[in-house]
Design a protein around this ligand. Structure first.
Ligand SMILES: *Cc1c(COP(=O)(O)O)cnc(C)c1O
Length: 366
């Protein structure tokens, strides 16, 4: 008997190209889309190493931990890096980006994270894109946590390098990812002597040996199972409708925010302004005297399938993440998460209203 996922015919170049085209349609982009055979960190790093070098002056926007990583890669490439950091409970504004250009007109590269699952904020990419385009800089965007949860439109926003992964709101696999690349970005990479070539990080290799060569022969054996899972997850989004999927994430975020406020017990939205809160995941601040990671461990012991996590690193003490994305963008997952948190808080002697939280989830689902 053949095994359902071991004894498969090899993935053809034609099928691979079809999956790329489907991802391009999901992004509604006319740019080249390259599917990379690794988790999203692969195109995130490959795009920076390809496009930035010692001649680059980069404005690196930091609204969470990924921005810090990008700054480190940029510095490692020899770029001059201007960090624009905002507190993690807020979003960056287009005016802050405009001010950075006014102070440093030599900026020719901007790196930005659209939404940060790790901090729960989302940034106004369309408005920032206008500023970046006026200044003619290359615009690099990490849309891993926004794709599927809110609109991601590289073409009208003027994004030159837009990286996505399927493992968050797309409800897909983590092992492959994609990047859309504008003509300007290709030109920048082609002119960069330090851009990776004959390397797993190289986007130029894929351009030269795959895209420009008519997409007839793959560079190496693809991650077949992950490619099939990516195809299946894009197909599922197409069937449901991308707008339906993003609306579900917006509802989950609104319901979680309202539900947490109704729950009480000292829980508060970590991102102050609702319009700066990411649809992909809602972060909550725990009251003084409660350790977030302990609360989450206790809540998960009642049901390990709940989409709850403590904040990473230094945020583990104060932040809870409700990862209501993909299959967990449902009223049931949100209600169950808040109920488990409420029960755990009441064990600690804090006063909570679990039923009120449930009503708030229902009323705010949208
Ligand atoms: C989740 C995420 C990634 C991918 O990281 P993983 O931890 O491997 O899932 C990249 N960028 C952002 C902004 C993310 O939220």
């Amino acid at each position: 008997m053949t095994h359902p996922f071991l004894d498969l015919a090899p993935l053809s170049a034609a099928r691979f190209a079809e999956i790329e085209d489907r991802v391009a349609r999901l992004l509604d982009t006319g740019q080249d889309v390259v599917i990379m055979q690794g988790e999203a960190l692969l195109p995130l790093e490959g795009a920076i190493r390809g496009a930035a070098g010692p001649g680059t002056t980069a404005l690196n926007v930091i609204t969470g931990p990924y921005g810090q990583t990008f700054g480190n890669w940029l510095r490692d490439c020899g770029a001059t890096v201007i960090d624009l950091a905002v507190p993690f409970h807020t979003a960056v504004t287009a005016d802050q980006v405009r001010d950075a250009f006014a102070e440093h007109p030599e900026i020719d590269f901007v790196s930005l994270v659209h939404a940060e699952a790790a901090t729960g904020n989302t940034n106004p990419v369309a408005e920032i894109g206008e500023v970046v385009r006026e200044r003619g800089a290359l615009f690099y965007l990490d849309a891993v946590a926004s794709i599927g949860a809110e609109p991601v439109l590289p073409d009208p926003w003027g994004v030159d390098l837009c990286v996505i992964g399927a493992q968050k709101a797309m409800g897909g696999p983590a092992g492959v990812s994609a990047v859309s690349v504008s003509e300007r970005a290709w030109a920048r990479m082609a002119a960069n002597p330090a851009a990776p070539r004959r390397s797993y990080l190289s986007l130029l290799d894929w351009k030269e040996r795959w895209t420009d060569a008519g997409r007839t022969a793959l560079l190496h054996a693809p991650a077949q199972l992950e490619m099939l899972a990516l195809e299946a997850c894009v197909e599922r989004i197409e069937t449901a409708g991308l707008e339906t999927v993003t609306a579900r994430h917006a509802s989950a975020a609104a319901a979680t925010r309202a539900g947490a406020l109704a729950l009480g017990g000292g829980l508060e939205p970590y991102v102050y302004e609702a319009r700066e809160a990411a649809p992909v995941a809602t972060t909550l601040r725990v009251p003084a005297g409660v350790v977030a990671s302990e609360l989450v461990t206790r809540a998960l012991s009642t049901d390990p399938t709940l989409p709850l996590a403590a904040g990473g690193g230094a945020l583990a003490k104060e932040m809870i993440r409700v990862n209501h994305y993909g299959p967990d963008a449902t009223p049931e997952a949100v209600r169950a998460s808040l109920t488990a948190l409420g029960t755990t808080l009441s064990e600690k002697g804090l006063s909570v209203d679990v039923e009120g939280a449930g009503r708030a989830v229902e009323a705010n689902w949208g």
